[in-house]
Design a protein around this ligand. Structure first.
Ligand code: NAD
Length: 429
């Protein structure tokens, strides 16, 4: 096997990238593939760092840094979100791009994996500043994106409006409208029905499968659910669980959380957040307040971490009282915590399966956009459920065949799909 000249990628200090690499090493060991191929799939294919100026409302110019990483493009054009957060760094984006490769492969979408981000606190900027920033960032990474190259979508800190600005900037540069360059767009410019809710809804589809698999035979009203994060994923997961009659006992966001062991009224909380100037839970009256750290350790049947990476650690995993964990966020569980949950017999439905609903409906949006033929909500949800349940069953099959935990099984399934496609295509030249 050939040695690398740039060793830094695999010797990262970033805990998120360390997590992604350790998960990969753990899973790839089960595959009978050439060492060189295993090494190839570990590396990001291409990476772009951009530093760019943005004019603020007061006339000042501020410089921002952003990234776009294509991890692997063997199965098709790359796909992955754009994140706006002060925590963004290149290694985090590399990890998220790698997870996108496995996620798309796991649910059998014809995509590779990518991710992008800008180091910015979106809540500290006006709409016009965010529009300027998004347009300039799009222009800076335009050589890497396109409907057949790499298709961005929303992630933390970005939303449908961000995608509208990206799509418009790309279209203005091309000279004609290219809706399929991004997904997660508003409906009136080619978005898909159900995309906004898709990730949260998919989390609940996987939760239902897991409840069945692990023999929770009680009625939903007797099954308690805790959700960390009340943004796109967390809010929609809580909403869907509540609609289905589950007892959502705690929710939280960056401003802290609320807990009521008898169940929260999620509809009221959603209305409150939608009216809040910062779209936060802060200031809601009624239930007991809990911190995010306390929320993760509340007694409950299902814990859905749907905010950030690295929330479940070696430190708090022994105190987690949930009986089942369904990962809405990407990378919320560190490998040491995974080991503790395996030992304690707490199943973890892994991110690349549990939150794959978002990219699946993004794929539907892309297909609808390319065909200029749009589906109704029922059709979207029916197809979404079919894809997720099939992927869930495949993961269970791999889990049983290899006697491994569910994360490792999901990664084995996904990595093998990319490996086999790579072998079929061969190494160029
Ligand atoms: P979002 O920006 O819409 O919401 C993030 C939520 O997390 C907000 O409620 C925020 O207040 C909360 N949060 C931030 N910091 C926190 C902290 N320290 N403690 C507790 N809560 C905190 O983002 P999102 O799109 O919902 O993404 C959440 C996670 O889901 C990310 O890991 C993202 O990569 C992943 N994900 C998102 C999608 C999607 O379609 N949006 C798809 C797959 C995975």
């Amino acid at each position: 096997m050939v040695a690398h000249v740039v060793p830094s990628v695999h010797t990262t200090a970033d805990p998120t990238y360390q997590t992604a690499l350790r998960q990969y090493d753990r899973a790839v060991a089960y595959l009978d593939i050439p060492d060189g191929l295993a090494e190839f799939m570990k590396w990001p294919r291409r990476e772009l760092t951009v530093n760019f100026p943005v004019r603020l409302d007061d006339g000042q110019i501020q410089i921002f840094t952003g990234f776009r990483v294509h991890h692997n493009t063997v199965l098709g054009p790359s796909k992955g979100g754009v994140r706006y957060s002060t925590h963004v760094n290149l290694d985090e984006i590399r990890a998220l791009a790698m997870w996108m490769t496995w996620k798309c492969a796991l649910v059998n979408l014809p995509y590779g994996g990518a991710k992008g981000g800008v180091i910015v606190d979106p809540k500290a900027h006006s709409m016009s500043e965010l529009a300027n920033l998004t347009r300039r960032f799009t222009s800076e990474i335009i050589l890497l994106i396109g409907p057949n190259i790499d298709i961005p979508a929303p992630d933390m800190g970005t939303n449908a409006q961000t995608m509208a600005w990206m799509m418009d900037t790309y279209s203005m540069t091309m000279g004609y409208s290219v809706p399929a360059v991004v997904t997660g767009k508003p409906l009136n410019i080619g978005g898909s029905m159900g995309r906004e809710e898709a990730t949260g809804r998919g989390v609940i589809v996987c939760m239902l499968e897991a409840l069945r698999q692990y023999g929770f035979n009680r009625s939903p009203k007797d099954i308690s659910v805790v959700v960390q994060g009340f943004g796109n994923v967390g809010m929609n997961a809580a909403k869907r669980a509540y609609e289905l009659g589950f007892k959502v006992v705690a929710v939280s966001d960056v401003s802290g959380g609320y807990y009521n062991p008898r169940g929260l009224n999620i509809r009221e909380l959603v209305d409150y957040v939608n009216r809040h100037p910062k779209k936060q839970l802060d200031g809601f009256r009624g239930p007991d307040r809990v911190t995010n750290a306390e929320l993760l350790e509340l007694p409950c049947d299902v814990l859905i971490p749907a905010a950030l990476e690295g929330q479940l650690t070696a430190e708090n995993a022994p105190r987690v009282r949930a009986k089942l964990i369904v990962e809405g966020a990407n990378g919320p569980t560190l490998p040491e915590a995974d080991d503790i949950f395996i030992e304690r017999g707490i199943p973890v439905i892994p991110d690349i399966l549990a939150n794959a609903g978002g990219v699946t409906v993004s794929y539907f949006e892309w297909v609808q956009g390319l065909q200029e033929f749009f589906w109704d909500e029922d059709e979207v949800y029916r197809r979404l459920e079919r894809i997720l349940v099939r992927a869930y069953d495949e993961v269970v099959h791999t889990m049983e065949a290899n006697n491994v935990d569910m994360r490792t099984a999901a990664q084995i399934t996904a990595i093998n799909r990319v490996a086999q496609a790579t072998l079929t295509r061969g190494f160029y030249p």
